[in-house]
Design a protein around this ligand. Structure first.
Ligand code: ADP
Ligand code: MG
Length: 351
């Protein structure tokens, strides 16, 4: 296993206010993640609104810096990359965001958003060649170049705009795509098509995906493995099949109970009703952030950071209910996730 992108115990704390009245908000707390170079995977990061998903996406893309911990790309600390290394990183790690409209300049035809990055990264020898690459990428995501090129962003639907973003990422031949809620603003009827084109990038081109979502149904459909975030903490992680079919953490349990997998129209958003209390007082400094709502809460839960227990080969759960299982070291977590992906892939290939 060779780490392509690695997060080692990263945290992000946002501070606001001036002297005396400073408040700080830990958006992400000591999280680790590893994308294996040799074995392309689909890693899902799932959590409700405010759980730290976009913060994680921005950290992985190098848009913001961690308050603590380390981010490495190809073994190099991202804060120490030289210009050449940074350029390689910027081409190899692409982003797809929630709102495809934001990536466009309304005054320019969509052609520009496609061709510019190819020019910047010196892909294709001439514009003619680049247009060919673009046409192929558009077709790969189910768009007809003749209906798409030459148009302005507002002349296309949200679904088309998001598919162009997928095509754009693909044309750059990245190694990793970080997709932050890529289908949450797209019509339900188009979600499946967009997710399928992302998955094809993974299966056919070997691009690893970090798929960030608040929607457990799509998480289940696309992921090899999953990390469930609650207020910046990973509560449960591992094989997506195990975590969603047989959740162990009381929080994951609550989430999964509200989305019968047989009924994809029943979405996770409904859980918001149950969890809508946002009483900051129930957040203890270093214990489990779910303790205030947990029916299994024990005194120990509020006192110290919960270790992640390896309840079975392909899953870890940060909950004292499982303290009989071996506690995992932070550095073990990403390796377990890579093993899950590898295991799932070899099963698929064997079918
Ligand atoms: P998600 O994408 O899961 O909704 P975010 O990463 O956007 O979560 O936010 C996680 C937490 O960090 C939230 O409490 C949010 O209010 C806070 N946060 C996010 N971005 C900033 C910022 N730039 N400054 C201060 N707080 C922020
Ligand atoms: Mg977000």
């Amino acid at each position: 296993m060779t780490a392509l992108l690695e997060a080692r115990n990263i945290s992000k704390v946002y501070t606001a206010g001036s002297f005396g009245k400073k408040t700080s908000n830990t958006a992400l707390d000591r999280m680790s993640l590893l994308i294996d170079e040799e074995n392309p995977s689909v890693t899902v990061v799932a959590g409700e609104s405010g759980s730290g998903k976009t913060t994680l996406a921005h950290l992985l893309l190098g848009v913001i810096e961690p308050t603590a911990g380390q981010l490495l790309y190809r073994g190099k600390d991202m804060s120490e990359m030289n210009a050449d290394e940074h350029r390689v990183f910027r081409r190899e790690v692409q982003a797809i965001f929630q709102d495809p409209f934001e990536a466009y300049n309304p005054f320019h035809k969509v052609d520009r958003v496609l061709i510019k990055p190819l020019r910047n990264f010196g892909i294709g020898g001439s514009d003619r060649e680049r247009r060919q690459i673009i046409a192929e990428a558009l077709e790969a995501v189910g768009l007809h170049p003749e209906d798409t090129l030459g148009r302005y962003p507002h002349q296309l639907s949200g679904g088309q705009r998001q598919r162009i973003m997928v095509a754009r990422a693909m044309a750059l031949k990245p190694r990793i795509i970080i997709a932050d809620e890529p289908v949450s603003m797209v019509d339900a009827s188009l979600r499946a098509t967009i997710l399928e084109s992302l998955l094809r990038l993974n299966k056919e081109l070997g691009i690893s995906l970090v798929y960030i979502t608040h929607d457990l149904t799509t998480a289940y459909q696309v992921g090899d493995n999953i990390l469930v975030l609650y207020r910046g903490d990973v509560t449960e992680l591992g094989d997506v099949d195990k975590v969603i079919k047989d959740p162990k953490h009381p929080y994951t349990h609550l989430l999964v109970d509200s989305i019968p997998i047989a009924n994809p129209s029943h979405r996770w958003g409904k859980v918001g009703d149950v969890l809508a209390t946002d009483d900051e007082n129930d957040i203890v400094s270093d214990g489990c952030k779910f303790v205030g709502r947990c029916v299994h809460a024990m005194p120990i839960c509020s006192t110290q950071r919960v270790p992640t227990y390896r309840t079975d080969a392909h899953r870890g759960v940060a909950c004292y209910l499982y303290q009989e299982s071996p506690a995992m070291k932070p550095e073990d977590l990403p390796h377990m996730m890579s093993e899950v992906a590898l295991h799932n892939r070899s099963n698929q290939n064997g079918e």
